[in-house]
Design a binder for this molecule. Structure first.
Ligand code: GUN
Length: 292
């Protein structure tokens, strides 16, 4: 078993980005600027956005964090999105999801200028992705593709099972892995809550990607010998032995599954840092495209 070390791979990418920023500074060019909108105080969202801002600082990007109370009306948020669209100093921005129930996420996502949509959630960017046209790829699936690429994982002709059909992970990833690219060229099965015989299906997977948010869902009896396992789950579970009172648990029962695999990504330190790294890559790209 080899660890798919997202933390180390993301550190490599961050070092490359830091160099690119340094080169721009030396040439007197603009530094990429990412803005993030965070609504409410959900613990997971607060720590994701904090990590994104910290990554900007580490690389040398400028960043702006905009926070709203849980009760912010939808039209105020739409107005802010519009102002960020028009703000020449901002190269890209994200609205952290999920949003409170009274706000229509799709309406907000559609209001973002596709050229600044560094999360790749706008329908135009998702459409471009399907047609393999230039655009922004959603950060988590793009991070997984980069993790596979940089660790030389062979994907061509492999049987890939993805658990979970979310708009931000499972659905876009199923398209990216099936494309005629490297990584890619997989035969993909997108499994979900209505899928029958899920255990048997997983046992057929050369590459198994779990993105359902159910802690320890994937057990050793669901895994083929030598499979590649990517764990996208990040559920907070109570843990009184930790000072902060919780720990992150993935969708895969790592301790019993790891020994059967050829490669496995851990939680934490797997997909999470790669998501942030691909958001940073998209931000640099947004700025470069703007100056063309
Ligand atoms: N919520 C969970 N993952 C993401 C992400 O990649 N971007 C945003 N904006 N919200 C998320």
């Amino acid at each position: 078993m080899k660890l798919l070390d997202g933390k180390a791979t993301a550190a490599q990418i961050q070092a490359e980005l830091k160099e690119a920023v340094q080169a721009r500074k030396t040439a007197g060019q603009k530094i990429p600027h990412l803005a993030a909108i965070l609504v409410g105080n959900d613990g997971g969202s607060v720590s994701y956005v904090t990590s994104k801002v910290k990554a900007c600082e580490a690389i040398g990007f400028e960043s702006t964090l905009i926070r709203y109370d849980e009760t912010v009306p939808e039209d105020i948020l739409l107005e802010k999105v519009q102002r960020l669209n028009e703000d020449r100093s901002i190269d890209g921005f994200i609205v952290q999801l999920p949003l409170p129930k009274h706000i229509d996420e799709l309406k907000i996502t559609q209001a973002i200028d596709p050229k600044k949509d560094v999360d790749g959630f706008h329908p135009r960017n998702l459409g471009n992705m399907i047609l393999n046209l230039p655009g922004f790829l959603p950060a988590t699936p793009a991070g997984i593709m980069e993790l596979l690429r940089r660790n030389n994982i062979e994907t061509e002709g492999k049987n890939c099972v993805i658990l979970g059909r979310s708009n931000i992970v499972g659905t876009p990833l199923s398209i990216m892995l099936a494309r005629n690219t490297n990584p890619g060229n997989c035969t993909v099965t997108l499994a979900h809550s209505k899928t029958k015989n899920i255990k048997a299906l997983c046992r057929e997977a050369d590459i198994l990607i779990a993105a359902i948010g159910k802690p320890n869902f994937v057990t050793a009896d669901m895994v083929k010998d030598g499979a590649v396992i990517i764990d996208v789950g990040t559920t907070r579970v109570e843990d009184s032995t930790r000072e902060r009172g919780w720990r992150l648990v993935g969708d895969v029962k790592f301790d019993e599954v790891a020994e059967k695999t050829s490669y496995i990504s851990p939680v934490p330190g797997g997909v999470g840092p790669m998501t942030i790294a691909s958001l940073m890559m998209n931000t640099l790209k947004a700025m470069e495209l703007k100056s063309k």
